[in-house]
Design a protein around this ligand. Structure first.
Ligand SMILES: *Cc1c(COP(=O)(O)O)cnc(C)c1O
Length: 389
């Protein structure tokens, strides 16, 4: 049997490997110069003032919530069509989570549903402290709309841009935080650039950046200007907050810095793959991704929806047939509140109908820079067979 074509995978060059080897031979495997160099590279690319690297996007989301002082009794809202980490970060802080239904075309958080939910929440005194829109598949959310609502209702915004580095919103790089307080990227190997594990929080607020730097390293500072009193000696440091060890290593940062040189190339390649899929799928019983004119997607994922009325099998049968044909299709995502843990918090089926409708039809096709045309043809042929009446 030939190997399964995965839905996503990293692209590692000799230069990437050499960059990591160079760190291995250097003085610092962690807390050396590669992390600040990687942070600067992403801040410059995005046009953000500050970048705080972490050992995952999950960690970055956690310290982003803490820096925005999310705590018990606070409410945080996100989309149900996301990875669980976008919601878990609120629960880590002891806050309550809720979900805003999605837009039927972009599958991102719907600004109309958000506006309706805010009107209701204001009436009952239950407004969110933070809203976490997720740029699903790399397509940016309607950030201008969400930002306008944040001004009206006084909530903060964390963009979960785990899928979206290299993309643009209204002609500007995602991550510049024009419409948010903090933007988080992920560098997991299936994402657009990788550090193995890793994440980063972008912000234009110096206080938030300082607080996140503190929280990623035990809440400890060695900066005299931040201390409550003069140092007791050259050894002295102070723990000012309850932080974590969420640091990125220099090995990871060197890989990320090297990957940054090919970021634009990766995203261009993803667009070429998407264009070919769009053409090859045009006459099939599927809905191809819809792109908003305001946006240039990072295209982390290529999600189709099955027109179930026009095909022979069920969603599950088509999915299983594709896997059996060696196509590593995937599902992004199960609505978060349908997870047993979330049902244990009281969430029930029917909470976000558009999200559940999406879940009943969606399939992620293979999408990564190394995907060949021959492999794309194989994907298409398998879809043709799997969807025949
Ligand atoms: C991958 C992902 C995360 C978590 O990223 P890690 O770096 O693996 O912690 C969070 N949110 C979304 C939307 C993701 O896709």
């Amino acid at each position: 049997m030939t190997a399964m074509i995965p839905y996503g995978r990293q692209d590692i060059s000799d230069a990437d490997i050499q960059a990591v080897v160079d760190v291995l031979r250097s003085d610092y495997l962690t807390q050396g110069p590669a992390v600040p160099a990687f942070e600067k590279s992403i801040a410059d690319y995005c046009g953000a003032q500050h970048a705080v690297a972490a050992n995952s996007a999950t960690s970055a989301l956690h310290i982003a919530c803490l820096a925005l002082s999310v705590g018990p009794n606070d409410k945080v809202w996100t989309t149900p069509i996301t990875f669980v980490a976008s919601a878990n970060c609120a629960l880590y802080c002891g806050a309550q989570i809720d979900f805003v239904d999605i837009d039927s075309r972009t599958y991102n958080m719907s600004v109309e549903r958000l506006a309706e939910k805010l009107v209701h929440a204001e009436k009952i005194g239950n407004l969110p402290k933070v809203v976490i829109p997720v740029h699903l598949c790399g397509q940016p959310c309607d950030m201008a709309g969400i930002h306008a609502l944040s001004q009206q209702y006084g909530f903060k915004i964390i963009e979960d841009a785990s899928h979206a580095i290299g993309g643009k919103y209204r002609g500007e790089p995602i991550g510049n935080c024009r419409y948010s307080d903090i933007t988080v990227f992920s560098f997991h190997p299936v994402k657009i650039i990788t550090t193995g594990e890793g994440g980063m929080a972008m912000t234009n607020d110096a206080q938030l950046a300082k607080h996140m730097q503190l929280l990623r390293s035990h809440g400890i500072t060695r900066d005299v200007s931040e201390m409550t009193h003069a140092p007791e000696g050259p050894w002295y440091y102070q723990q000012l907050d309850l932080g974590y060890n969420y640091r990125m290593t220099d090995l990871q940062a060197a890989l990320g810095l090297s990957q940054m040189r090919r970021l634009d190339e990766f995203v261009t390649r993803r667009h070429a793959i998407a264009k070919l899929y769009d053409q090859l799928l045009a006459d099939m019983p599927v809905i191809t991704p819809w792109q908003h004119a305001d946006s240039y997607s990072g295209l982390h994922l290529y999600v189709i929806r099955l027109k179930l009325g026009d095909i022979g099998g069920t969603h599950r049968q088509v999915f299983e047939a594709l896997r059996a044909a060696g196509i590593g299709v995937n599902m992004h995502y199960i609505p978060v509140y349908r997870q047993p843990y979330y049902e244990g918090l009281g969430f029930k089926a029917g909470h976000c109908l558009e999200a559940e409708h999406y879940y009943a039809e969606a399939i992620s096709l293979p999408m990564y820079p190394g995907l060949t045309e021959a492999q794309q043809d194989k994907v298409i042929e398998a879809i043709r067979l799997a969807t025949e009446k």
